[in-house]
Write a protein that binds this ligand. Structure first.
Ligand code: PEP
Ligand code: MG
Length: 318
């Protein structure tokens, strides 16, 4: 079965009856793009740019960043590339930035909040991205940790200023849905954004109030919890209504049960780790779109994640 999945890895992602679901990869550096494409990835649904900052001992310059983003865009050709702006804070510490210690770093100045506080970090990054996007229409940009409409509008306004300054045309802009409040106001966000990308790692952590890194809570911190699935359903419904696409770039997308339920909830792109691409494509081909919609509908009415998983059974089987 694994062999068959590998052999079919370059086929487009789709359900048994041919409904398209794009299967992309989460990769952080251009050097990993070739391996992702070789594994069957149809694009990059999440480039975590903080890795450029985490892997060195000083802030990467604007030119260094531009070089890396450009290499990634070039490696992908005309396949989509979603670059996420800096998401530092929480579990991602960067010692040389000298950030204040916080009692609750996951609830503090992280992600877009840090970027608002630190234009010295945000603006050079946006300039580097916009220069690349000017030459590569496959580049999409998204902002992490958006919690309010105000966050999104403020991020967009800063982005638009940089774009105007560099004389660049429009770039598709999206928000990560990884804070419960963002899912709950998806209806207000949807008309203004170009796309949503759901971060199930943080969305699960913040919905269940369970630290995503906590070893004792690891078993319970499952994105298949119906509480999380309901927030995802609100997000896809709002997006469909306003004609926008929704991806998932959190860990649930690469879990075969997760991939099936998320597709049934209306997600159109799954961005997973490179080794998961072939398995997710094979799982999608095992069910029809109607079967997945029915499964997802049932999932929403379950009492816990284990019940949702039991509902799906072995994803590879028929
Ligand atoms: C997520 O929260 O699901 C996500 C994709 O972002 P990160 O894991 O980088 O926080
Ligand atoms: Mg996140």
């Amino acid at each position: 079965q694994r062999e068959a999945a590998r052999a079919a890895r370059h086929a487009l992602g789709e359900t048994k009856d041919g409904e398209r679901v794009e299967v992309a990869a989460n990769i952080n550096r251009a050097a990993d793009a070739a391996a992702a494409l070789e594994a069957g990835a149809e694009g990059v649904g999440l480039m975590r740019t903080e890795f450029l900052f985490l892997e060195r001992d000083s802030v990467p310059g604007e030119e260094d960043q531009e070089r890396e983003y450009r290499a990634m865009a070039e490696a992908l050709g005309d396949r989509p590339l979603v670059i996420r702006t800096l998401d530092i804070g929480g579990d991602k510490e960067v010692p040389y930035l000298g950030l204040a210690r916080e009692d609750n770093s996951f609830l503090g100045i992280r992600g877009i909040r840090l970027c608002f506080e630190r234009p010295d970090l945000f603006l050079p990054q946006l300039r580097a991205i916009v220069r690349v996007a000017r030459d590569h229409p496959n580049v999409h940009v998204m902002f992490p940790m958006i919690a309010t409409l105000e966050d999104w509008r403020r991020a967009r306004a800063i982005f638009d200023e940089v774009r105007a300054e560099l004389g660049a045309g429009p770039v598709p802009l999206g928000v990560m849905i990884e804070v419960p409040s963002a899912a709950l106001i998806a209806e207000q966000l949807a008309p203004e954004v170009d796309f949503f990308s759901i971060g199930t790692n943080d969305l699960t952590q913040y919905t269940l109030a369970m630290d995503r890194m906590h070893p004792q809570l690891a078993r319970q911190t499952d994105a298949m919890h119906p509480a999380v699935l309901r927030l995802i359903a609100l997000t896809t419904q709002a997006a469909v209504k306003h004609g926008k696409w929704v991806g998932v770039c959190g860990g649930a997308a690469g879990d075969e049960v997760g991939a099936l339920i998320l597709t049934g909830l209306g997600v159109g792109e799954l961005s997973v780790s490179t080794p998961q691409v072939a398995g997710v494509k094979a799982a999608l081909r095992s069910r029809t779109a109607a079967e997945l919609r029915q499964l997802a509908e049932q999932a929403l009415t379950q009492t816990d994640a284990a019940a949702v998983r039991a509902l799906v059974g072995a994803p590879g089987g028929s």
